[in-house]
Design a protein around this ligand. Structure first.
Ligand code: PMP
Length: 408
């Protein structure tokens, strides 16, 4: 049994409050994680001591801010095991990172009759950008079917990817089913057909040790706010030979090499994709979050989250009329519905006991259709959660079931 939760919890000020007269039980880290003191302090320190605009000032604060921003890039590169620091482009988060690949790389390589391969479990952020590429270029979207438990099979990947496929875009971990997809194997299949592998790492990066070289993916997108960092910052990893060929999609200050009245040239990656004043304090906060996670160890975090998730899976399975979606083997979350009780009602009722879970379509409407439901409830776990949090969730859900059955 892991002892992470209780010790770590001390470092998250927001968790020490009552909600609706009960101690807060925060089980919505899949939507956004909470922030440790180390991250809050790093952002405060930056604004109190080092802030100025980056890459322009010759003055001392300007170079301190630039150092802080670029150090954060080094930390992200090391965290993902990128070969080069220049392969890390700071973005607003996963959504912006995937849109950058879609609008720049994919539009330049896709044409009539080419294929973009996805799965039905994708978050809207890894689905709509590809629909837009397909509309603009005449490419076709194809879907790897889900098996009954919500996983994909490599033989279906083999059967779907062809020599016309230009992009395979897939989430590493599903934000609804908790499924962990075999990215390395899928990337190998994509590469055999000359296609590029784009990974949505929004739900994997907080929980798993990520190695982009080992996965051999071509692009990898993630958000800082789901891994103890601030909102408004994330990154795109891209292999250098691909980033070098990509056109910028935002134009303005800082991303240029030379500007004349009628023509301009652009800097090399990553600067050419970071037009305007970048998200400096956000990057500093993300760097602090990475230090914090590394200080604990991603292997320990993974083991802790897996333990709580399994515990929740087992205990929720025993509740009368409760259906869990997705396979037993899962990362970080349990998604479910209770018979005859709408997911929103479940979340609203247990919020009265201070327990925060998410309810809705989770930005996965096609997956909801596949599950044949309008909405689900989702409890998600992170390094500050404890077995006691799981126990409180289970008790609250049992009470909810009894309450609705008694009035029904
Ligand atoms: N993909 C997945 C799997 C997600 O869970 C999320 C966040 N819910 C996103 C993409 C989008 O992330 P962001 O809103 O931080 O851009």
């Amino acid at each position: 049994m892991s002892s992470l939760g209780a010790d770590i919890r001390e470092q998250f000020p927001i968790l020490h409050q009552e909600v609706n007269g009960h101690p807060l039980v925060y089980l919505d880290s899949g939507a956004s994680s909470q922030k440790p003191i180390a991250v809050i302090e790093a952002i405060k320190y930056y604004y109190e001591h080092d802030h100025a605009n980056v890459h322009r000032g010759v003055h001392t604060l300007g170079s301190r801010a630039t150092d802080a921003y670029e150090e954060a890039r080094d930390k992200v590169a090391a965290f993902l095991n990128a070969k080069r620091r220049e392969e890390i482009v700071f973005t607003r988060g996963t959504t912006t990172a995937i849109n950058l690949v879609a609008s720049s790389y994919a539009r330049s390589v896709c044409g009539e009759g080419d294929e973009i391969v996805l799965t039905p479990m994708e978050h809207h952020s890894n689905l709509i950008p590809w629909q837009q590429v397909a509309k603009a270029t005449g490419a076709t979207l194809k879907y790897i079917p889900l098996q009954q438990d919500g996983t994909i099979s490599l033989s279906d990947v083999e059967a779907t990817v062809t020599d016309r496929t230009k992009i395979v875009a897939m989430t590493y971990v599903s934000n609804v089913l908790g499924v962990t997809n075999p990215i390395r194997e899928v990337a190998a299949i994509a590469h055999r057909h000359g296609a590029r592998m784009v990974v949505d790492g929004a739900q994997s990066t907080p929980h798993l040790k990520v190695d982009v070289q080992e996965l051999d993916c071509d692009f990898y997108a993630f958000s800082g706010h789901k891994m103890c960092g601030p909102t408004g910052i994330g990154a795109l990893y891209g292999k250098m030979e691909l980033l070098e060929k990509m056109e910028p999609i935002e134009f303005g200050g800082e991303m240029i090499d030379r500007v004349d009245l009628f023509e301009s040239t652009f800097k090399d990656p990553p600067e050419r994709f970071e037009g305007g004043t970048p998200i400096i304090a956000g990057a500093v906060g993300l760097g602090a979050a990475i230090d914090f996670l590394n200080g604990i160890g991603m292997d320990r975090i993974r083991a802790h989250d897996a333990h709580l998730t399994q515990l929740a899976y087992e205990q929720l399975s025993e509740i009368e009329g409760l259906t869990i979606y997705g396979p037993r083997d899962r990362t970080g979350l349990v998604t479910f519905n209770m018979k005859d009780i709408h997911a929103h009602d479940v979340a609203t009722v247990i919020d009265q006991e201070g327990i925060a879970i998410r309810a809705g379509h989770h930005c996965c409407q096609p997956l909801m259709k596949w599950l044949n439901v309008n909405a689900t409830a989702r409890a998600s776990f992170y390094l500050y959660n404890t077995e006691d949090d799981v126990a409180k969730l289970v008790t609250a859900l049992r009470n909810t079931e009894r309450f609705f059955n008694s009035i029904g």
